[in-house]
Design a protein around this ligand. Structure first.
Ligand SMILES: [Zn+2]
Length: 74
């Protein structure tokens, strides 16, 4: 009895391309969230947080307030 195997190949660039796309999208999302937080906006949707307490959650989407970029902790 002889077993036959089907030949199946994946080009090396395919997983690399997939990894680059996912990494690029995550990097872009992180950059946008940081920029919004620096401008005092909601990091999730970009709504203005004017008049809110620093630790208050966003009234529009309910996301937590952005952590201060300076890294200072109480
Ligand atoms: Zn929000």
């Amino acid at each position: 009895m002889q077993t036959s195997f089907a030949r199946f190949t994946i080009p090396l660039w395919a997983p690399l391309l997939l990894t680059l796309i996912v990494t690029g999208l995550a990097w872009r999302a992180d950059t946008l969230a940081r920029r919004r937080a620096m401008l005092g906006k909601c990091p999730t949707r970009g709504y203005a947080r004017t008049g809110l307490a620093p630790g208050a959650v966003c009234p529009k989407c309910g996301s937590a307030a952005a952590v201060a970029a300076s890294g200072a902790k109480a």
